[in-house]
Unconditional design. Structure first.
Length: 73
């Protein structure tokens, strides 16, 4: 399952789609999330929300790590 976040200042670069089968020997960079805001604090808030909105099922991700890093900056 794949549900990317969206909205102003949020960009996701990926080839994933719902139903896609990720091969067993995949590149760990299957998607890239980029956010843009006028301030660092605004960008961190937007990134946290986007990471929380993103849904990926079927493979492990680094989303929990990135949420931890944002919360403990």
């Amino acid at each position: 399952m794949w549900h990317p976040p969206g909205g102003p200042g949020i960009r996701v670069d990926s080839h994933l789609y719902s139903g896609y089968t990720v091969p067993p020997f995949y590149d760990s960079l299957i998607g890239k999330l980029v956010v843009l805001d006028e301030s660092r604090e605004g960008a961190l808030k937007k990134m946290r929300n986007a990471l929380a909105e993103m849904q990926i099922r079927g493979i492990d991700t680094t989303i929990p790590l990135h949420l931890y890093l944002i919360d403990n900056k």
